[in-house]
Write a protein of this length. Structure first.
Length: 90
């Protein structure tokens, strides 16, 4: 399975199918920045903030200047920062 196929499934909103391909690619090469970044975007879209943050952080470990990962990580952290206080202070 190729990255292009995963990207196509993402664009068609088949998020589960795209994640399945990306998981296989990442299990073979844990430093596959393209796959990690796309999987992070999919998790973000699914509102799986923890998984998105983990993948964006992994991208930044391999490529600290990756702007897409930096902005995705910041957005996910901002969302968590926005929602979490309400859970504790209704």
């Amino acid at each position: 399975m190729t990255f292009i196929e995963a990207q196509q499934l993402f664009q068609e909103n088949d998020l589960a199918g795209a994640i399945e391909i990306l998981n296989k690619r990442i299990s073979v090469d844990s430093s596959d920045i393209q796959s990690l970044n796309l999987r992070a975007k999919i998790y973000f879209k699914m509102q799986s903030w923890g998984e998105a943050i983990n993948d964006f952080s992994s991208v930044l470990e391999f490529e600290p200047q990756n702007q897409e990962a930096k902005s995705g990580l910041k957005m996910a952290e901002n969302i968590l920062g926005y929602f979490t206080p309400d859970m504790f202070n209704p």
